[in-house]
Design a protein around this ligand. Structure first.
Ligand code: CUA
Length: 312
């Protein structure tokens, strides 16, 4: 089913989208009809009752009880319809159906990380089609906001508390996730995808998403590099203009720091930079790396450093 959306709304791919869109179009068409009516009558009266000469005085207008009642009753009904419709949709959006599949969402400057009940993690959200998904979200630093236009869901993501949102995707496709709360330099680049899959494909994804503890460290590090969102700021192709220094050719290099000194990039420097990002700031970069990696295990640190070491 091809659905590229309309002039007003993006493609729709969740169970609540129909209701939200219906309400939007109801408000839209009521506004169009009232606008045309009001402006039409206004123009008609302006022409009909224009003053033609100095002596041309309009006769006084007397009240009409019927018209007065009409313009009180009709808007009141419209407002109550919109309120009832909107409140019902709001409640539906707020309360996840029982038995919804829960995914943890970690937001941080400037990436998303999704964690599944079996412990697998990913930087794009994978979900099975036709099943209610509840996201339990929190932020490691500042306010972010999780927004999937195609699902018509948007929810702020806060530090120090959980917020949640739920949806049920209606077809298999890939949809865009945006951050819709200004969160600093790379706010506009804080993107992810929702990959809606069949239950079988999703199960395979879950199995593959686990970090294999027997894989070589650099291979585990490569997986962590994307799963932890390092790739949002540190590229491995040497391209300039990244938020953090590139990993290409980093290991073993003499790195100039913002205080004018120079440091050799070795295991201990990398370890410190991951655990305490602000201890040493590389020249030309800001102190913007989140302190979100302080809980990495020794194995994870080792794997990441091995991965960085390989990027020559
Ligand atoms: Cu995160 Cu804007």
């Amino acid at each position: 089913m091809e659905d590229k959306g309309t002039l007003w709304l993006p493609e729709a791919a969740s169970t609540v989208a129909g209701e939200i869109d219906g309400l939007f179009y109801f408000v839209y068409w009521v506004s169009v009809v009232l606008f045309v009516l009001v402006v039409g009558v206004m123009v008609y009266f302006a022409v009909k009752y224009r003053r033609r000469s100095q002596a041309d005085r309009p006769s006084p207008v007397h009240e009409s009880k019927l018209m007065e009642a009409a313009w009180i009753v009709v808007p009141t009904i419209l407002v109550l319809v919109v309120f009832t419709w909107g409140f019902k949709a709001f409640l539906k959006l707020e309360v996840a159906p029982p038995g919804a599949y829960e995914v943890r969402v970690y937001a941080q400057k400037w990436s998303w990380r999704f964690e599944y009940p079996n412990g697998a993690t990913s930087s794009d959200l994978h979900v099975p089609v036709g099943r209610p998904i509840r996201l339990k979200m929190s932020s490691a630093d500042v306010l972010h906001s999780f927004f999937v236009p195609a699902f018509r869901v948007k929810q702020d993501v806060l530090p120090n508390r959980y917020t949640s949102v739920w949806f049920e995707a209606t077809r298999q496709d890939t949809f865009q996730v945006y951050c819709t709360e200004y969160c600093g330099t790379s706010h506009s680049g804080m993107l992810a995808k929702v990959v809606v899959q069949s239950q079988d494909e999703f199960n395979n994804f879950l199995a593959e998403g686990m970090v294999d503890p027997d894989a070589p460290p650099a291979e585990r590090g490569a997986l962590l590099y994307t799963q932890l969102g390092c790739n949002a700021c540190h590229n491995v192709d040497g391209a300039a203009g990244g938020i953090g220094p590139t990993f290409q050719g980093l290991y073993g290099k003499q790195e100039p720091l913002s205080d004018g000194s120079t440091v050799e990039v070795d295991d201990n420097y990398l370890r410190e930079s991951i655990l305490e990002p602000n201890a040493k700031i590389v020249q030309g970069y800001g102190p913007v790396m989140p302190a979100a990696y302080t809980n990495l295990s020794e194995e994870e640190l080792n794997a990441l450093i091995a991965f960085i070491q390989e990027q020559q």
